[in-house]
Design a protein around this ligand. Structure first.
Ligand SMILES: Cc1cc2nc3c(=O)[nH]c(=O)nc-3n(C[C@H](O)[C@H](O)[C@H](O)COP(=O)(O)OP(=O)(O)OC[C@H]3O[C@@H](n4cnc5c(N)ncnc54)[C@H](O)[C@@H]3O)c2cc1C
Length: 373
């Protein structure tokens, strides 16, 4: 078996890369050890969000969001694309100053935003507690159901001739392809490691750490919320790389359910739900939305974000293996950035310039080899 490209992993990133490579006319094999979109992709919130931690993060999230907007009309209804927008909530004057900074950053770069004072925040989301200072509405942000989006991209790839090896694990990456656990060898001109937080098992030396997150989904309460709501305090807690953190982040699903997040924990492999983290997360959520106390939750689960030291994904060739491309490390933004990642990968494989500069995402910056060089 011989292909132009073999892609390891059919999470949202591998799936988007497969669709893009197939669109380029390349012959593609996709190898997925479990089910399509069953890893971090199934655990995530599906918030398609522009972020501004750094210019590089902004560039990739903004570019990706534009690609989501382009594809949105084609997405099947099970992807549940909902252009609900985000409101970043300011609980005090310091957070309001942050909302204003964020508004300036976005508008200077062409992203539509609207500052909300206390009154307009209440009108936009009447379930929020009184006393909040205001917020920033980003109407272009939206929400999807990620596993079905991954399936959609795999379907696009297979419709263009890609071959799917489902429930087949890659055991090792070789010089000219991969070897599956069942003994099969797949020869390929390009090997793409899109195995998310599992990627270092196949490519030792990648600086990827797991960052655990908890989520809760409620029963159906249509009209309880209109926007994805995120506290601006989130920016303080999400950046800690050592301490456990929780922050208020809630999403209205098109089913009428509410998806409540989120937590971040490092250096934990155990996927079980931690009741103390869950309690902290829900207490935080009810501080903002007291009415949540009366609602029923249906399910709680955890997932692992694949985090890099500088919070940017790895997109591009491995420093030493000529044919290997590395595509993990999307942390809490991989649903959003999957489409931009796929375009950058295709541009690199086809040896042509990409729509945004690729340099900030090149893996060579964080492989252990380069750190020790
Ligand atoms: C709690 C939480 C909330 C999140 N919320 C958001 C959000 O709102 N917005 C956003 O943009 N992002 C969000 N994310 C991040 C997002 O979910 C991830 O960045 C994204 O899903 C990563 O996709 P992936 O394809 O790289 O990895 P995965 O989805 O983990 O896919 C990797 C795939 O590789 C397969 N695999 C592994 N090893 C092998 C092997 N040896 N052979 C073959 N296949 C293999 C796995 O089975 C898996 O299917 C969130 C994440 C979490 C945990």
């Amino acid at each position: 078996m011989s292909y132009d490209v073999v892609i390891i992993g059919a999470g949202i990133v591998g799936a988007a890369c497969a669709a893009e490579c197939a669109r380029e006319g390349l012959s593609v094999a996709i190898v997925e050890a479990g089910i399509i979109g069953g890893g971090a992709t199934a655990a995530g919130m599906g918030h398609l969000v522009v972020m501004d931690d750094s210019e590089a993060q902004f560039a990739l999230t903004r570019y990706s969001q534009q690609l989501w907007d382009e594809v949105s009309a084609e997405l099947p209804c099970e992807v549940e694309h909902d252009a609900c927008g985000t409101i970043w909530i300011a609980a005090d004057d310091q957070e309001m100053a942050e909302a204003e900074r964020k508004a300036r950053f976005y508008s200077e770069r062409g992203v539509a935003v609207e500052m909300l004072d206390a009154q307009s925040l209440r009108e936009a989301e009447p379930s929020l507690r009184p006393g909040l200072v205001g917020g920033l509405r980003v109407p272009g942000d939206s929400v999807i159901y990620p596993p079905c989006a991954a399936q959609f991209f795999v379907d696009q790839a297979t419709a263009r001739g890609a071959e799917l090896f489902l429930s087949e694990a890659v055991e090792s990456v070789g010089a000219d392809g991969v070897r599956l656990r069942n003994g099969t060898s797949i020869v390929a001109g390009v090997i793409v490691n899109a195995a998310g937080s599992w990627s270092p098992l196949l490519t030792p030396g990648l600086e990827i750490k797991k960052r655990k997150g908890h989520l809760v989904i409620t029963d159906r309460y249509p009209k309880f919320l209109r926007h994805q709501l995120v506290e601006l305090g989130y920016l303080k807690s999400a950046h800690s790389v050592t301490a456990d953190s929780v922050a208020f982040n809630i999403q209205p699903r098109s089913t009428g359910q509410l998806l409540i997040g989120s937590s971040r924990q490092y250096d934990i492999d155990d996927a079980s739900v931690d009741p103390s983290i869950l309690r902290r997360m829900l207490e935080r959520a009810t501080e903002y939305l007291p009415g949540l106390r009366k609602l029923s939750s249906l399910r709680t689960w955890t997932g692992f974000r694949a985090a890099t030291p500088d919070k940017l994904p790895l997109i591009g060739p491995h420093g030493e293996h000529r044919r290997l491309y590395i595509e993990p490390g999307h942390e809490g933004l991989g649903i959003t950035t999957s489409l931009g990642t796929a375009k950058l990968l295709a541009a690199q494989i086809m040896n042509r310039p990409a729509a945004i500069p690729v340099e900030p995402y090149l893996p060579v910056r964080v492989t252990q080899e380069s750190l020790h060089a």
